[in-house]
Design a protein around this ligand. Structure first.
Ligand code: ZN
Ligand code: ZN
Length: 215
């Protein structure tokens, strides 16, 4: 049973990842999605080769006419898809297992209330990565964002105004999106979330707890 991934990384995120300019929390989330998604891995391969060409020639305008389009088109056909990395069995994708030092049983969860537990991962560079464990049917309090939030689903699913997100799907939220993600009934939802600024919670109780929870 393979879930078809419906929500993907954007080209700017893949380009920044390829160029190595993302904060660690974001590169980890991008790497985790790529390890689950053939389509984004193929597009990354195209950006990697374009980046290499720019480095060699010093200027993108020196690239042979249409070669960027050609590389992207090849990626879409899967022609440039690199070999699938060896995957360790488990809920956490390999890049995350390296961070956590194992699979879910190695995660140090802390309750944050309302059926939600989290584990903050040790990353540098001004952005924060955390694992979220949302009880089946529970909601993450309604909030907006000051910066960008990437949320990658690892188990179960959640739904909000942006659609439904299941394993492998990534939601990209910014200042324009207020949302109340609600986990599907039946199975607890586990996500990896990266944020580059504290979230703005709508109701006062979570806001009071914000400084203590580092969310
Ligand atoms: Zn993808
Ligand atoms: Zn959010």
């Amino acid at each position: 049973m393979t879930h078809h991934i419906a929500h993907h990384l954007t080209d700017p995120l893949l380009m920044a990842y390829s160029a190595g300019t993302l904060p660690e929390a974001f590169s980890l989330t991008v790497a985790a999605h790529i390890s689950l998604c053939d389509e984004c891995r193929a597009r990354l391969g195209a950006f990697d080769s374009i980046g290499g060409e720019i480095l060699e020639n010093g200027d993108v305008s020196q690239m042979a006419g249409g070669s960027m389009e050609a590389a992207l088109a090849a990626a879409k056909c899967g022609a440039a898809a690199p070999v699938r990395p060896p995957s360790k069995a488990g809920i956490l994708p390999a890049p995350l297992q390296d961070y956590v030092g194992g699979d879910l049983d190695a995660v140090g969860w802390r309750p944050v209330g309302m059926g939600v537990r989290q584990a903050i991962l040790h990353t540098q560079g001004g952005a924060t990565a955390r694992l979220l464990h949302i009880k089946a049917g529970a909601a993450v309090p309604d909030h907006g964002h000051r910066g960008i939030e990437l949320t990658l689903v690892l188990q179960g699913a959640f739904a909000d105004a942006g659609g439904r997100f299941a394993r492998g799907d990534i939601e990209i939220a910014d200042e324009d999106l207020d949302h109340t993600p609600i986990a599907d009934a039946g199975i607890d939802c586990i996500c990896l979330a990266a944020t580059d600024a504290p979230l703005r919670f709508r109701s006062w109780i979570p806001r009071l707890a914000q400084p203590f929870l580092r969310i």
